[in-house]
Design a protein around this ligand. Structure first.
Ligand SMILES: Cc1cc2nc3c(=O)[nH]c(=O)nc-3n(C[C@H](O)[C@H](O)[C@H](O)COP(=O)(O)OP(=O)(O)OC[C@H]3O[C@@H](n4cnc5c(N)ncnc54)[C@H](O)[C@@H]3O)c2cc1C
Length: 391
């Protein structure tokens, strides 16, 4: 008996597995290309459209706004399965859902009704644009400036780096500093509204998670309505921290999906790879070796532990909000480490084939490493945890 997930949640996992097998697995290899968004091939924009068509860009938002009304635990179950097929899409979802959550939780009624119905359908893709070249881990040091202009407008000036969904993004959540008071300002920027002033760099080449586009975005004297400011000062700071807890739980789910994918392919490979001749010739498959068995046993144990920690974090958002920040940091720290370490062990199991892009583990390994960096590095999760633990 499954005493942890409800019957509905188990059915949801199955439903998403079917979706991933049909819609994601066949294109995952093609998506693993830096060139994908520049050519007619199936690229990040097509992948987001596919997620949108299946309703996966509109969970956690109420049906009144056109969302599915699913809770955060359901979203995490969905991301885990999708990331098992293609982890870059987990990254894309982390970015989109931060914008969704920002508006849903903190947005004015007018911003909600203007943007949420489009975001949940994927007609607008959301992107989180907080970081800058000189403000990564220390994101409060952002230099993008926001200042008043005539006609109830504001002007934004500055450059954001590594914005996931940057190519597709229609609505950007932007962290800036008030040019006069120096307080943090969290605003949404509708990239269609002031096109010439919002300059998108090309999709960046990166070692993994290539299914998500990633661009620098520059605001050159971009005008936005004053009402697009969602929060200021301490409220903005707290909201950014909370949004990171949301996104890092999503990233943890993606890391769990990666670890699970590594487990599946390496266990299958170990059973099929014979050394010392074929079975008929007296050879043995490498799964017979204790050294290989232990790798698989450790991977299975630690990915299960990462999954439980991630589900715990997701549950705490509504079930124990005072613990959410702590468990989100733990889940991100642990699940990304498990994915990175064990995907490396999976490459080891594949031997030379593990080094080839033709093997399934090579991409899993490259994707896994990056989960330790974005939405807060592993070191930053430890800084958060020492604060949460009062050390
Ligand atoms: C694939 C990918 C996607 C990304 N997507 C986005 C996005 O959508 N939006 C966005 O705004 N940004 C995004 N980023 C940027 C990301 O948020 C930053 O890379 C991350 O916050 C780290 O910042 P940094 O790269 O400037 O590293 P730095 O902050 O320069 O850190 C360098 C090293 O120093 C360590 N370090 C820094 N401060 C401390 C400290 N106080 N204690 C201990 N160690 C410390 C770090 O852990 C790291 O190991 C993305 C990055 C990647 C790789």
């Amino acid at each position: 008996m499954n005493t942890f997930l409800s019957t509905e949640q188990t059915a949801l996992q199955q439903e998403i597995k079917v979706f991933v097998d049909k819609e994601i697995h066949p294109v995952a290899r093609e998506l693993d290309s830096d060139e994908a968004s520049k050519t007619p091939r199936f690229g990040p924009t097509d992948a987001l459209a596919r997620l949108a068509a299946a309703g996966h860009l509109g969970h956690t938002v109420g049906k009144d706004m056109g969302g599915t009304g699913r809770d955060f635990v359901d979203l995490i179950l969905i991301v885990e399965q999708i990331a098992k097929g293609c982890a870059g899409l987990g990254l894309a979802m982390a970015s989109h859902y931060q914008v969704l959550h920002l508006l849903d939780q903190y947005g004015s009624d007018s911003l909600k009704s203007r943007y949420l119905p489009h975001l949940v359908k994927g007609e607008m893709v959301g992107a989180q644009a907080f970081g800058e070249e000189r403000a990564g881990s220390d994101y409060k040091a952002v230099e993008t400036a926001i200042k008043s202009a005539s006609g109830n407008k504001l002007i934004i000036q500055g450059k954001k780096s590594w914005v996931v969904n940057g190519t597709e993004s229609a609505l950007l959540a932007v962290l800036a500093k008030d040019a006069e008071t120096n307080e943090l300002v969290l605003a949404v920027v509708d990239s269609q509204a002031d096109v010439p002033a919002i300059k998108r760099g090309a999709n960046k080449a990166k070692m993994g998670l290539k299914a998500a586009s990633c661009n620098d975005i520059e605001f050159v004297h971009a005008e936005i309505p004053a009402e697009n400011v969602v929060l200021r000062g301490k409220a903005a700071e707290d909201a950014v921290d909370h949004l990171f807890s949301i996104s890092k739980t999503i990233v943890a789910a993606a890391a769990v999906g990666l670890a699970e994918a590594a487990l599946g392919v390496s266990a299958d490979y170990a059973k099929g790879r014979f050394v010392g001749g074929t079975a008929q010739e007296g050879g043995a498959n490498i799964a017979k070796f204790q050294g290989i068995q232990w790798k698989i046993a450790d991977l299975s144990t630690e990915s299960t532990a990462a999954r439980l920690l991630t589900y715990r974090a997701a549950w705490s958002l509504a079930g124990a909000p005072e613990d959410f920040r702590k468990f989100a940091a733990m889940a991100k720290l642990f699940a990304s480490r498990v994915a990175r370490f064990h995907s490396s062990e999976a490459v080891q199991i594949f031997g030379m084939l593990g080094a080839s892009p033709d093997s399934p583990v090579e991409r899993i390994y490259r994707d896994s490493k990056l989960t330790e960096i974005f939405e807060g590095t592993s070191e930053i999760q430890k800084v958060i945890l020492k604060d949460e633990l009062g050390v």
